[in-house]
Design a protein around this ligand. Structure first.
Ligand code: PRT
Ligand code: ZN
Length: 299
């Protein structure tokens, strides 16, 4: 049974955002069993309930104040907003945070053999898409004449079977386009998962919990991007070694016992350390180079 004083978070039940959304909540220290495919799960250690639904339902749940927070793709949110705008509905949500997963783009694609030049050459093309409102807004503001129709799945098949000249669909690796002999010609919208919150009255306790959660999520994301680096370096090469390390802040330099001409460097790097950099560090005289993942961070 849902209780009013508990924070309700909606996330995708099963699909491309569900694994990362689940991982994010668990990494924030919320103890909750999200293994069973239940509509609602209750946290044991925080006043939080997680509602798992289809991603398309999440903007509505937030805007109608059924849940407090939602984790949803920017593409789904934008399409939802634009579809509501056309019926003059107010948008009742607040963007709290852009997340580091669900990264994709909504792009126009046509057959590889097609002689597409630029957007202006699109005149009177027929475009199949699952995102008619984003497409319409984008092309209308550029005064491009086109026809579109909505397909909720298998959009990439439409040109091959002669239903459309082009498609406007989500792309991440490009493999689906390639497999269907299509080429990406124009990016319309860049998307990632987002955390949104409802508007309206929210109790102080819930506000504090949201703040705590967002701070933890930022910490989790920052930790994912950062690495802890340890290495030994000759004192004479310290500047050279440090110049190879981007994104480091306040390194700790200490003595290496038994090696008077060497020091130990410990530091957090805001960027991943690539093999090339490690090889260059080695060339510069660094040894015992360790790159460790960071689990949590708070600044
Ligand atoms: O059942 P439900 O309605 O909840 O899920 P869904 O089927 O509508 O969505 P789902 O799970 O496919 O995607 C959820 C969200 O993940 C999307 O709304 C995006 O925000 C995000 N996302 C990230 C993607 C992709 N990457 C993606 N590549 N959503 C879909 N795709 C599809 C795309 O439509 C195409 O069919 O993957 C194919 C292209 O992938 P590549 O790698 O071959 O380019
Ligand atoms: Zn969906």
């Amino acid at each position: 049974m849902l209780k009013k004083n508990r924070l309700r978070i909606a996330m995708q039940k099963s699909g491309r955002l569900s694994y990362d959304s689940k991982k994010l909540l668990l990494n924030c220290g919320i103890k909750i069993n999200l293994e069973q495919k239940k509509l609602i799960s209750f946290s044991e250690n925080m006043p939080i309930d997680v509602i798992r639904v289809r991603d398309d339902d999440i903007p509505g749940l937030v805007m109608n104040q059924i849940v407090d927070l939602g984790i949803v793709g920017g593409n789904v949110l934008k399409e939802n907003i634009l579809s509501k705008k056309s019926f003059n509905t107010k948008n009742l949500y607040k963007l709290l945070l852009n997340l580091d997963f669900g990264i994709c783009r909504l792009s126009l694609a046509c057959r590889k053999s097609s002689e597409y030049e630029n957007l202006q050459s699109l005149k009177n093309f027929t475009i199949a898409t699952s995102y008619p409102y984003i497409l319409k807004k984008y092309l209308n503001t550029r005064h491009i004449n086109f026809r579109s129709f909505t397909l909720k799945g298998s959009v990439e098949i439409a040109p091959r079977v002669g239903l459309s000249d082009m498609i406007c669909d989500l792309v991440s690796t490009g493999a689906t386009l390639e497999a269907n002999n299509l080429k990406e010609v124009h990016v319309i919208y860049k998307s990632n998962a987002q955390i949104i919150s409802r508007k309206g009255n929210i109790s102080t306790l819930k506000k504090e919990l949201i703040h705590k959660l967002i701070t933890r999520i930022q910490g989790v994301m920052q930790a994912r991007e950062s690495k802890y680096i340890m290495l030994h370096a000759p004192t004479s090469k310290l500047n050279q070694v440090m110049s190879l390390l981007n994104g480091i802040e306040n390194p700790t330099i200490s003595k290496l016992v038994g090696h008077p001409k060497k020091v130990v460097l410990h530091m957090v790097s805001k960027e991943n350390l690539f093999w090339e950099t490690m090889e260059n560090l080695k060339k510069a005289g660094a040894t015992s180079i360790l790159v460790l993942p960071i689990e949590k961070m708070m600044e």
